[in-house]
Ligand binder design. Structure first.
Ligand code: ARG
Length: 460
C-alpha cells in the first residue's frame, strides 16, 4: 500500500522499493507510532473531523495493533514503504474506510519526528538509569578501599600518589557530566511536533498543547519548517552517547592495564572474562576490550548522522530516513556497554598491596619534597633543582625513597629540614593536598559523601 498513489500512473520499480523502504528498521517505532496516532485521533475529534465514536473506534484499533506489532507475524510478507504506511494498512483491516480519516492534516514528516522523539525519550531514560547504576558501582568500589593508594600517572609514567577513591571519583565526575548531557538531550527531545504539517503548519486548528499534554511532552515546537528538517535532538543524544563511550573506553583502557600481570592491581571476576582456545592459562579482559571497541561504532553513528544532515536544504529531505539505523544502533550499544561496565566493576577486586608498593618504590613523592622545601623557605625552582639532583643521585645509587633518612637527606642538601623525611612515604604527602578537589584524605572523604548525595538526587 502507498499513502500517495493518486498522482502516479505506474508504481515504483522493484529496485526503488527495495532501495527506499525503511520498514525493515523503522518497525522499531511501531509502538510509538500507534500511541502518537491515538493522541492524534483525539486531536481530530476535538476539531470535529472525527465523532466521539469514530475516535473511540480508532483508538481501540490502534491499541490492538500495538499489541499485534510486538509479534513478528505482524510484519510477515509486508512490503510497505515504512512503519507508518504499514500501520495505516492494518488500521484499514480493523476499521475499514474510517482509517482514511486518520491522516487528516498530518504529514509523515511530523509523524516521524514525533515517533523518534517518543522512542528516544524512553531510550534516554533507560540509558540514564544504566548510567546511574554505573555511578553507583563506582562509588561502591571507591568506598570498598577507602585508604588504598595508587600512583597516579601522566604520560603513563608514575607521577604523584593518589587515593584509590580519588582516582575512581575522577570517573564519577566524567559520568556525572554525561548524565547532565543526557538530560539536556532529553529536554530537547521532549518537545511535541504534531500540528506542523508537512512544513507549513497544519490546516486544522489543533490544540497543540493538548496533544503535548496527552503524550506527556513538556512543550510544543515553535516552527513548522524547523520540525520537518530537524534532527538536532538525535544528534544531541548521539553526542551524549559518544561522550559516554569515550569515558568508558578510557576507563576500560586503564583497567585492561591494571588487571594485567604487569600491574596486578585488579582482579576481574571470572564471569566477565574469557579464556583462550589455545593457551590454557589465559584470563582475558574481553568485556573491557569490547566496550573500548564499541566506542568506535558509536562515534561512527554520530558521524553518520552529522554527515547525513550536513548541507540539507530546508526542510524535509528523504536523506533524513538515514537517521534511524545509526541512532538505534548507538542507543543499543551504549546501553549494553554501560550495563557491561557496571557488571565488571562490581566483579572486581583491588589487590591493595600492589599499587601501594608501586607508589612506595617509585619517586612519586618528589613533588611533595620540592613543595616542602618551598614551604620552609627555599624558592620553588631551587627546591625543584635540589630534588632533581636527589633523583639523579638515587638513580645512580639504585636508591628508593625509603633508603633515605632525615640525616642523609640533610647531608645531601642542608635545605631539607628534619621533618621533610616524613614525606619519603607517599601517604604523608597526600595530607598536604586537602585542597577542595585534591587527594587529601579528608577532601576525598568529603567528596565521597557529596558524590553519594548527588547520586541520590540524580534524575533524567
Ligand atoms: N520513512 C520516512 C523517514 O523515515 C518517513 C517520512 C517520509 N516522508 C516523506 N516525505 N517521504 O524519513
Amino acid at each position: 500500500m502507498k499513502l500517495w498513489g493518486g498522482r502516479f500512473e505506474t508504481g515504483p520499480s522493484e529496485i526503488f522499493e527495495r532501495f527506499s523502504e525503511s520498514l525493515s528498521f523503522d518497525k522499531r517505532l511501531a509502538d510509538c507510532d500507534c500511541r502518537g496516532s491515538q493522541a492524534f485521533a483525539r486531536a481530530l475529534m476535538r476539531v470535529g473531523i472525527l465523532t466521539d465514536t469514530e475516535c473511540a473506534q480508532l483508538v481501540e484499533a490502534f491499541e490492538t495493533i500495538r499489541y499485534q506489532a510486538q509479534h513478528p507475524d505482524f510484519y510477515l510478507n509486508a512490503t510497505d514503504e515504512d512503519i507508518h504506511t504499514l500501520i495505516i494498512r492494518k488500521l484499514k483491516d480493523h476499521v475499514g474506510p474510517l482509517a482514511d480519516k486518520i491522516h487528516t492534516g498530518r504529514s509523515r514528516n511530523e509523524q516521524v519526528s514525533l515517533d523518534i522523539r517518543l522512542w528516544l525519550r524512553e531510550e534516554i531514560d533507560q540509558v540514564h538509569a544504566h548510567l546511574k547504576a554505573l555511578l553507583d558501582a563506582l562509588l561502591t568500589i571507591a568506598k570498598a578501599y577507602p585508604h588504598a593508594i595508587i600512583p597516579g600517572y601522566t604520560h603513563t609514567r608514575r607521577a604523584q600518589a593518589v587515593l584509590w577513591p580519588h582516582y575512581i571519583l575522577a570517573y564519577f565526575e566524567m559520568f556525572s557530566r554525561d548524565a547532565e548531557r543526557l538530560s539536556d538531550a532529553r529536554r530537547r527531545t521532549d518537545v511535541m511536533p504534531l500540528g506542523s504539517g508537512a512544513l507549513a503548519g497544519s490546516g486544522f486548528p489543533f490544540d497543540r498543547d493538548a496533544i503535548a499534554a496527552d503524550l506527556g511532552f513538556a512543550a510544543i515546537t515553535r516552527n513548522s519548517m524547523d520540525v520537518s528538517g530537524d534532527r538536532d535532538f538525535a544528534l544531541d543524544f548521539l553526542y551524549a552517547a559518544s561522550m559516554i563511550m569515550l569515558h568508558l573506553s578510557r576507563f576500560c583502557e586503564d583497567w585492561i592495564l591494571y588487571a594485567s600481570e604487569e600491574f596486578g592491581w585488579i582482579e576481574l571476576g571470572d564471569e566477565v572474562t574469557s579464556g583462550s582456545s589455545l593457551m590454557p592459562q589465559k584470563k582475558n579482559p574481553d568485556s573491557l576490550e569490547l566496550i573500548r571497541g564499541k566506542c568506535g561504532r558509536v562515534y561512527g553513528a554520530m558521524n553518520a548522522l552529522f554527515l547525513t544532515m550536513k548541507g540539507l536544504p530546508m526542510t524535509y529531505n528523504r536523506d533524513m530516513q538515514e537517521d534511524k539505523e545509526p541512532l538505534f544502533d548507538a542507543a543499543r550499544q551504549v546501553g549494553l556497554s554501560l550495563q557491561m561496565a557496571e557488571a565488571l566493576i562490581r566483579s572486581a577486586k583491588l589487590n591493595e598491596a600492589k599499587p601501594e608498593a608501586a607508589a612506595e618504590e617509585s619517586w612519586v613523592i618528589a613533588t611533595d619534597l620540592a613543595e616542602e622545601l618551598a614551604r620552609s623557605g627555599t624558592p620553588f625552582h631551587q627546591g625543584h633543582q635540589i630534588v632533581g639532583r636527589l633523583m639523579l643521585e638515587s638513580v645512580r645509587l639504585g636508591k628508593k625513597p625509603s633508603d633515605w633518612t632525615s640525616e642523609t637527606l640533610q647531608a645531601f642538601a642542608p635545605e631539607f629540614k628534619p621533618e621533610a623525611a616524613r614525606l619519603l612515604h607517599p601517604r604523608e604527602g597526600m595530607k598536604s593536598r586537602e585542597i577542595p578537589g585534591g587527594t587529601g584524605p579528608q577532601a576525598v572523604a568529603k567528596a565521597l559523601d557529596e558524590a553519594q548525595t548527588r547520586l541520590a538526587a540524580l534524575r533524567p
